[in-house]
Design a protein around this ligand. Sequence first.
Ligand code: TEU
Ligand code: CA
Length: 566
Amino acid sequence: MEAKMRKWWHDKVAYQIYPKSFYDTNGDGIGDLRGIIAKLDYLKELGIDLIWISPIYKSPFVDQGYDISDYYGIAPEFGTMEEFEELLAEAKKRGIQIVMDLVINHCSDKHEWFQKALADPEGEYADYFYFREGKDGNPPGNYRSYFGGSCWEPVPGTSKYYFHAFAKEQPDLNWENPRMKQDLYDMINWWLDKGLAGFRIDAIINIKKDVNFPDLEPDGPDGLAGYHRAVEQTNGVGELLEELKNNTFAKYDAFTVGEVFNMHEDELSEFIGENGHFSTIFDFSAHCLSEGEHGWYEAPAIEFKEWRRAIVDSQLEVQKVGFKANIIENHDEPRGVSRFLPEYARNAAGTKMLGTVSLLLRGIPFLYQGQEIGMQNCEWNNSGEWDDISTRDQYQTARKAGLTEKEALRVCADMSRDNARTPMQWSSEENAGFTSGTPWMKVNPNYSEINVKAQQENEDSVLRYYQKLIALRKSEEYKEVFTYGTFAPVYEEQESVMAFYRISEEENQETPKKRVLVAANFGREAAELPLEYKVSKVLLSNLPENQAGEKLILAGCGVMVLECEI
Ligand code: TEU
Ligand code: CA
């Protein structure tokens, strides 16, 4: 690793805030910037270095802020620009940096550019988007948007249509237009000048289009073909990404984490190599295991061994070129405890085990709000409880495919993005202490059991454990091995064990060579394993029954982090 350049962000631990559901300070039921400021000490104590905030720009909130109507303005629901600047300054005092969400594949249909385009469909701003003539009164092409229905929406009063990969209220921006690109670069630099650490970059692979939009073989009863299939077949996104980087991020040494699905696998080093398009991209390899062919109703359950294989393969591949950002969950995914752990492990021990494995992988850990207290999927009683545009579409898709109401409810309850969007559980007080008003979204009824306050008062809690885990990862003594150490899987022949070594390579005075074993038993029964190396120190253990002596004994849902002789 010494040969490769070290970057300032390599050893950081990040935390994603979904602002609408984090903490409300003015009683309107919506989390706000003051709420984030109020919880900075909490995040500091947890050990967080970087905060990624989901979009806080002005927005009609059709897709909860991922539809931006003004890139230069803070949504009044969240606060003001002065409050944002205060947040930056207060975070900085605590050694915490802020990463904003950058949504530049599309904007809102209420954005000035789109409004101007509608007003003059032959004019300059129409070319900020993809306006195309229909074909014989039909849309220009047959792609299905990510949120259901055609990617093409009529431009009122014309025979034209505009393209949207997501909702019709999220028109895609035309990345073939140099003026549009320059406007985005200016906006990005304007934010970076405020002192941001960087950006999480939304849905970015979608910016490169085959502008002929050739029809594809339909893949569903609606006669449409999923737009992601077109993305997979398109080449040339790299040129756009390099240009974007060189005009913006590179000038500031900013940290960037791309949300990239459907990348051509052989392009990994171009994306995250030493001079990659991004600092890092999220590792979704485990999450993709539950992708259903035609929707959530076909989503397969995740088997432990498949999950382990996906993570191990990804780690081995990625370490050859760079770092990925490791997540258990985010605002688009169900809660990891409910998804990746078998039912018997959905408790404090299992939650700590899953957290240990994820945070000690090689890469940049991103925690999602509530993960550190082990928040779980919500109970959903009827489809009316969902706010999320994608969940509502998936529910309809499931019904159209013949599932009963009850079956469709079950499927979407397991996969809904709203599982991650219920308010943060701060205490056992009303509304989980999230708001004194009426929360914008249902509070998970389990808040009386799972909440920050109760866990702060319990030394054995998931929260206290996460604090220790992050402190270990960042400690002077082990930072080197957990940041740069090689990942090497072990005990792969064991049915229910996920285990790996982290081995620091270089040997010098400051950073002596180390070998750390992380071993987790996802089984219900205890597991006994022979030790390959003598254990010199127990760094972490989640259950008193775990033992590391001649042999390694892991209780059911047991995890240990052990320094071994080299
Ligand atoms: O997500 C992009 C993306 O591909 C998701 O739509 C994903 O396929 C989906 O969540 C699965 O249900 C990003 C944001 O993270 C997401 O919240 C936005 O809705 C989307 O972009 C559009 O901006
Ligand atoms: Ca509020």
